[in-house]
Ligand binder design. Structure first.
Ligand SMILES: [Zn+2]
Ligand SMILES: [Zn+2]
Length: 295
């Protein structure tokens, strides 16, 4: 509300001199910019004004990570929506998309009334979006580089941005879940697959339910899947392919001997051949079962 007053005053003072507005379009948010510089921008960050293009270049740095965004303030600010463009970033793609997407969402919420309004709500008025957008960007960019994975308690993003992996199946790929906390891909996966499941899996950091596009399992489905996997592991552990490997050819040849020749040389040769063949067959089966076990 304070900024609405500031903006209205700025617009009023410049209406008498339209050319001044053309040459200094950022004057519509000059007091907002002054507060941002004073309260939000730290010595590692930078905010440059470009009056010619009615835009601001914001650079935010945290450790070795940084982003640069261009924020364009429209002529009819704050009634018209602010534009945010990413100019540079060494964060993983997932993060830069979140920074830009959420900034646009904040600017949209400042100019559009909410879909579900309560009858007692005052009439909607567009609000200046510059301050909330910059406050959001600074808070999030400063938080992520040193944030620790709630499962293994190690930092999620490597200290050197060049070591960041963009492969979503890499164990060290960093996932951001609905509550906003970040996890290593492998840590999140093993946490989601381990009981208890009732009530849904909760984020160990904030206690909120974990939602993610890649894992859409109800607690019952997760429980059933886990029980099935455990049963399969037990079966695999109890099953000894060595016994079957030796029993099968011996029984086969013995059955042949009893029913026909009651022991002969060809039976012995057949037994050796069958044993070696069965041995290779069961080695292959064993390897396959091991692979399943490790999945
Ligand atoms: Zn981890
Ligand atoms: Zn959380």
């Amino acid at each position: 509300m304070v900024y609405v007053k500031y903006v209205k005053r700025s617009v009023k003072s410049t209406l008498e001199n339209p050319s001044f507005i053309d040459e200094n379009p950022l004057c519509v948010c000059s007091e907002e910019i002054a507060s941002i510089k004073k309260e939000l921008i730290s010595e590692n960050d930078d905010l440059k004004l470009k009056q010619k293009t009615s835009s601001l270049y914001l650079q935010i740095t945290q450790e070795a990570y940084r982003i640069v965004v261009k924020i364009t303030v429209p002529h009819h600010y704050p009634e018209e929506q602010i534009r945010v463009e990413l100019k540079e970033s060494n964060f993983p793609d997932l993060f830069t998309k979140f920074f830009c997407g959420q900034s646009l969402e904040i600017s949209r919420q400042c100019i559009q009334p909410p879909l579900k309004r309560k009858p007692k709500d005052p009439p909607f008025e567009p609000k200046p979006a510059l301050w909330p957008i910059i406050r959001f960007l600074i808070k999030e960019v400063k938080r992520f580089p040193h944030e620790k994975c709630p499962v293994c308690k190690e930092r999620c993003l490597p200290s050197d941005p060049k070591e960041v992996t963009e492969d979503p199946n890499n164990p060290k790929f960093v996932e951001r879940v609905y509550c906003g906390h970040i996890y290593h891909y492998d840590c999140l996966l093993s946490y989601l697959k381990t009981p208890p499941f009732q009530g849904g899996k909760k984020c160990p950091n904030c206690g909120n339910r974990i939602y993610h596009d890649r894992w859409k399992l109800t607690p019952n489905m997760a429980e059933a899947r886990w029980a099935h996997q455990e049963a399969r592991h037990r079966e695999l552990e109890e099953y000894d392919p060595q016994i079957a490997m030796w029993m099968f050819p011996v029984l086969l040849v013995k059955w042949h001997c009893i029913s026909t020749c009651s022991s002969c040389f060809s039976c012995d040769v057949t037994l050796v051949l069958l044993v070696s063949l069965t041995y290779s067959l069961f080695v292959t089966v064993n390897k396959y079962l091991d692979n399943i076990k490790n999945c």
